[in-house]
Write a protein that binds this ligand. Sequence first.
Ligand SMILES: Cc1cc2nc3c(=O)[nH]c(=O)nc-3n(C[C@H](O)[C@H](O)[C@H](O)COP(=O)(O)OP(=O)(O)OC[C@H]3O[C@@H](n4cnc5c(N)ncnc54)[C@H](O)[C@@H]3O)c2cc1C
Length: 497
Amino acid sequence: METKDSDDDSSFSGNFLDGSLLSRIEKRQGSQPSVIVIGGGISGIAAARILHNASFKVVVLESRDRIGGRILTDYSFGCPIDMGASWLHGVCNENPLAPLIRRLGLTLYRTSGDNSVLYDHDLESYALFDVNGHQVPQQTVIEVGEVFKKILKETDKVRNEHEKDMSVLQAISIVLDRHPELRQEGIAYEVLQWYICRMEAWFAADADMISLRNWDEEQVLTGGHGLMVQGYLPLLEAMAKDIDIRLNHRVTKVANGYNKVMVTLENGGIVVADAAIVTVPLGVLKANLIKFEPSLPEWKLTAISDLGVGNENKIALLFDEAFWPNVELLGIAAPTSYACGYFLNLHKATGNPVLVYMAAGRFAYDLEKLSDEDTVDFVMTQLKKMFPHARKPVKYIVSRWGTDQNTLGCYSYDLVGNPSDIYDKLREPVGNLFFGGEAVSVEHQGSVHGAYSSGVMAAENCRKHVMERLGSWDRIQLISCREEILESTVPLQISRM
Ligand SMILES: Cc1cc2nc3c(=O)[nH]c(=O)nc-3n(C[C@H](O)[C@H](O)[C@H](O)COP(=O)(O)OP(=O)(O)OC[C@H]3O[C@@H](n4cnc5c(N)ncnc54)[C@H](O)[C@@H]3O)c2cc1C
């Protein structure tokens, strides 16, 4: 791999293996295959790990001053707070991240044993309030939760009757016309809106944007949903060990030649390698923040433009002590799903007096128009509806995933009318370019483990492609990544079974 970096023109050789083995290999094999990984989120780091362990020269180019991308564990409260991903969806051994989580001894706090995409919290762990601060009887919360399940079941029939896709909201309205007995009134209506708000949070998009055909097609792993008590970052750091990661290296151009890829950086530097793996978020690709030469083929551009990117923001509040009930979610039911809201109570899971307000879809974008102070004022107004004597937060953190130029959205989801092969097209290599990232995951888009698997797959495909071209290197497989970093016999540590 050749580099010409404006602030650092060191070569990559020697970074991936040390000692005599490297020189023996180099003598026998000549130059090593090289790969550039664009993006230092979990997908890029997983890809780099595989290639590093297969003795490739690999460099990760990351635009931010940190690794992790949409994994962002903040320590400014004196305890880990995940402002991006925080749940492991699928607390089971089949989860590809489970072996590493076990080996690192990271603890999970299971918020739900349900495998459905909608119930990452058990119904009985909510405390819901109306906009006037009256607590909704738990029986109503549970009953309306059951009604919502029935409505969604009925939308399945609507889907089977209509060839053309429609939004989940449209289908719900058809179901309610057909089954007036499922309609809710008064506070029960508002609780129903709250369930729709929670569904919107899963997709990070409003119900009128979510595809009826695809919304429940995701293969959810078993074992329910668990919060990473120590945060997600330790996982990333373990994977990133010894990988050559260049922070503050924003890629602006990718030239895909006959047998090389040339990547141009914002700082004027150039990096050349045998192949590249692009793992930047779909939002970044949609906004054309990276120029591809030649242009990506039309089918790829169409897939990039057709897949949806949602938005979700978190506002974390640290208090001097917990003054709220010991439940997992504190919610506000309101006449529209847009006006509903909820707080994740981290005190229950971690013991730290922290509430995290979560906003999704259009509402998340609207919140980003406010200053941090105004956002916190708004969130405190919501909290005071439930607890009029709520204290002032000691510290706060506000995320802005929708306008952050390194992300431009939080994760992908199926828009109405998305063709089913859209993910295959997003994943499909173009010449020496391979594509990873959550949006190209085969079965688990929008998740950390999906992003991880997509990086592994991109790296394996890239490795085969480069080796076919370079020939004899395929005999040198020093370490299998899975054996080295992921295998472990320690059980998962789960609290709240
Ligand atoms: C608020 C929020 C909550 C979430 N909650 C969960 C959850 O609870 N559980 C779960 O499983 N998933 C969750 N997710 C989704 C999960 O975080 C992502 O699916 C996953 O982290 C994506 O990893 P990635 O490597 O594909 O992308 P990223 O982590 O975004 O990595 C891509 C990297 O590319 C970098 N980059 C961008 N542009 C350039 C450029 N021009 N040059 C170089 N580098 C560039 C970025 O800085 C970034 O580091 C959540 C996401 C968000 C935002």
